[in-house]
Structure formats: structure tokens, C-alpha cells
Design a protein around this ligand. Structure first.
Ligand SMILES: Cc1cc2nc3c(=O)[nH]c(=O)nc-3n(C[C@H](O)[C@H](O)[C@H](O)COP(=O)(O)O)c2cc1C
Length: 210
């Protein structure tokens, strides 16, 4: 049976050297900006890196920050665990393209009035935890990755490197007063076939209210 678009996308962590056509990247970006966003605010910014030297530098920045953090901690178990995650934040090193997804602030509806009305911290936290600003960039990122899959490319949604987000942001010259790094993805032709891991069945994640 032919795979549908959702099955075509899976997390790809190894890439061939093949270049990605600029026209294809533009198509993915066009798909990304077709995503819905609260109040149609479109609070996103994308950085597309196609230069190997800069992709490598990004991986170095994360590696250095990972070490710096470990060097400032005594707890050996914590250090070991954190080091283990380094590969999940740097496997893009050999990808032909790296895309960084930034998000700017979103004025969450209800926040101001809840604060003025003296709502509890718990109530305000419940509102803010669902962060529509992050939902906007997530929708854009998913569109980007689905279009990449449709065009035959691999991607991998990555957030585990975000402990180095300020350093990455500074390296790529993105205004820190306005934007926050949400996620990154490598982009390229997959070096190997990757199937997604199994999902929980619907009966475990759905409650129907009739
Ligand atoms: C919010 C988010 C953060 C993720 N962060 C990472 C990451 O930092 N590194 C990585 O290799 N994969 C990361 N992934 C990929 C997940 O591991 C992957 O989506 C999941 O295992 C399901 O596999 P699939 O994408 O192949 O369907 C992330 C995915 C999401 C949605």
C-alpha cells in the first residue's frame, strides 16, 4: 500500500552529500508560512543554512556548551546522562542543510485581563502553558517537514540542543530581544530508510464524549 504523507515523514538523522535545490527549500518555506497562527500573527522567522562551515560551527557550539555545563556540575550521573544526549543535538553536522525556527512573543488572549482580575497563578499558568506562540511555530515546522517528505527529503525535529540556543542565535545573528529559538532541523536526502517508531493506539490517547 502506498504511504500517505504522514507515513512518508520520519526522523532522519543520516544524510547523503547530495545538495538540496534552493527551489525545493523555498517550496518547504512556502508550506511553512501557510500554517495557521493565532491572530494570524505569523510570529516566526526561519534561518536556512546551506554552508557546511556554518553547519559544522553550529554543531561545535552545541558540543562546547554541553561540555561547559558538565564542567560546572559535580553530579557524575547527571553529567553522564547529559553527555549521552549530545548526539541527539548534533547529528545534523553532516547534513547539507540546517534550518532554524525562531519564534517571537505572542500576546496570549486573556493574560492581561486575568492578571488585572486577580486570577490565581495556577489559572494563569494553565493559560500560558498551552503557549499559542509555540503552537504557531510548531504548525509551521510540521508543514515544512511534511512538504520536505513529499519532495523526497528527510528532516528531524530537534529541540535537545536548545540549551545552546543563545549561542546559536548570536552566531547566526538573530535578534535576541525579539526571537527565541524553538527548534532546528537538518534537511537532505536520507542516507538510509527510516521507519517511525510505533505510536500508542487510539484507545490509549482518545476519550470520546458522546
Ligand atoms: C518537540 C520534539 C523534539 C524533538 N527533539 C529531538 C532531538 O533533539 N533530537 C532528535 O534526534 N530527535 C528529536 N525529536 C524526534 C523524535 O525523537 C521523533 O519525532 C519521535 O521519536 C517519533 O519518530 P518519527 O519522527 O520518526 O515519527 C523531536 C521531536 C519533537 C516533536
Amino acid at each position: 500500500m502506498e504511504k500517505d504523507i504522514f507515513e512518508l515523514r520520519s526522523s532522519v538523522r543520516k544524510f547523503t552529500n547530495e545538495d538540496v535545490a534552493e527551489a525545493d527549500i523555498r517550496e518547504m518555506l512556502e508550506a511553512a508560512v501557510k500554517a495557521p497562527s493565532g491572530k494570524n500573527i505569523q510570529n516566526w522567522h526561519f534561518v536556512v543554512v546551506t554552508n557546511k562551515r556554518h553547519i559544522n560551527a553550529a554543531a561545535d557550539i552545541i558540543t562546547e556548551k554541553n561540555k561547559k555545563l558538565r564542567d560546572n556540575v559535580d553530579d557524575e550521573a547527571l553529567k553522564k546522562e547529559f553527555k549521552r544526549y549530545l548526539k541527539f543535538g548534533t547529528h545534523f553536522r553532516k547534513a547539507p542543510v540546517l534550518v532554524l525556527f525562531f519564534v517571537s512573543d505572542y500576546p496570549v488572549t486573556g493574560k492581561k485581563i486575568m492578571e488585572a482580575a486577580g486570577s490565581s497563578e495556577e489559572e494563569i499558568n494553565a493559560l500560558l502553558k498551552a503557549d499559542p506562540g509555540i503552537q504557531n511555530i510548531s504548525a509551521a515546522a510540521e508543514n515544512f517537514m511534511l512538504k520536505a517528505a513529499e519532495l523526497g527529503y528527510g528532516t528531524c525535529w530537534m529541540t535537545s540542543q536548545n540549551y545552546a540556543s543563545l549561542e546559536l542565535q548570536s552566531y547566526f545573528g538573530v535578534d535576541q530581544d525579539k526571537y527565541t529559538l524553538a527548534l532546528i532541523t537538518p534537511l537532505g536526502a536520507a542516507a538510509e530508510k527510516v521507519d517511525s517508531p510505533p505510536r500508542k493506539s487510539l484507545d490509549k490517547v482518545v476519550s470520546w464524549v458522546w
